[in-house]
Design a protein around this ligand. Structure first.
Ligand code: KPL
Length: 302
């Protein structure tokens, strides 16, 4: 298959990021978004002053043919991932390429164990600032970088789906060590998501001096534990990156703030909860992450 040939790409998950990727990829490819309920309504996209509508093909699992999906992006929340992957598995083509993207950390080993040597599994991290304003209304608030990289050894060589993402998604790049990049993205989410959600502020407002001690405390714990897990990282770099994303996505409401505002489950377990769990494993105290974990869990139950 030529790198430039249009692909049939399925996207599982119609959240803000799934829809941003769908819109970007649909310029050159046939995109189908898999949702729980069928929909033919056009999506409304707001990108700064530009507003456009687009109808992207929609399917539900009930309408799909088993073993038919060759190129798949999975853009669901970390806590939805195990169920989503179990549902998706029978519909994967024997040589499917799959890109998973979500905030926080997840264990992909159970899913990887079900794959054949022909399957290729990748991960994408993104710092795009986007949110759903209404049921089919995406607002893109800031360009952030997207990194793609291999999870399984079969995916060490790139594939047409990855090339399509690298070409169509703005500021998207390949990285040979996506695990390291996932840690860097985790640092950004640890610094931004819980505080914006707790205090109901936009990302840029966290640059105020009153947040500095907490941001440093959260990242100090995370960087220390990342090092204990074998990932090279420096606190100054994690802080620089977090403050850069606060600036680049200043007007954005973080995904966790949106979740709390809409009464949805948050990704706190895969973000601060991940650090707290690692702290227990390594007998390293994590008071900053534990406090935010408790506070966000309490808010989710209101
Ligand atoms: O990933 C994000 C999120 O909101 O989940 C950031 C990068 C913080 C953008 O808002």
């Amino acid at each position: 298959m030529s790198v430039n040939a249009p692909l049939d790409i399925a996207i599982l998950g119609a959240g803000a990021i799934g829809q941003l990727f769908a819109k970007a990829l649909s310029r050159d490819h046939q995109v189908t978004v898999i949702t729980r309920k069928p929909s033919t309504k056009a999506w409304l996209y707001e990108w700064q002053t530009e507003i456009s509508t687009q109808t992207i093909k929609n399917a539900t699992f009930a309408t799909l043919v088993p073993s038919s999906l060759r190129f798949v992006l999975v853009c669901v929340k970390a806590y939805q991932l195990p169920e989503a992957l179990a549902q998706l598995r029978p519909y994967l083509h024997p040589a499917a390429s799959i890109v998973i993207s979500h905030n926080g950390m997840s264990d992909l080993s159970a899913f990887s164990a079900t794959l054949t040597p022909q399957h290729k599994l990748y991960f994408a991290t993104t710092s795009q600032g986007a949110y759903l304003k209404g049921p089919q209304h995406v607002v893109h608030r800031g360009v952030g970088r997207t990194w793609l990289g291999a999870i399984t050894s079969a995916a060490q060589s790139r594939c047409p789906l990855v090339d399509a993402c690298l070409t169509s998604i703005v500021d998207a790049h390949w990285h040979h060590n996506i695990a390291q990049i996932r840690w860097q993205k985790l640092f950004v989410n640890i610094a931004i998501n819980p505080l914006t959600a707790r205090d109901q502020v936009c990302n840029g407002q966290l640059r105020a001096p009153k947040y500095a001690t907490t941001v440093i405390g959260l990242l100090n714990e995370a960087v220390h534990l990342a090092a204990l897990e074998g990932y090279r990282c420096v606190l100054a770099d994690a802080l620089n990156q977090a403050y850069l994303v606060m600036q680049q996505t200043a007007a954005n409401r973080s995904s966790m703030l949106q979740d709390i505002s809409l009464g949805r489950q948050t990704e706190i377990t895969a973000i601060c909860g991940y650090i707290v769990a690692l702290g227990k494993k390594h007998h390293y105290p994590t008071p900053f992450n534990a406090k935010l974990l408790t506070e966000i869990e309490a808010l989710s139950q209101v």
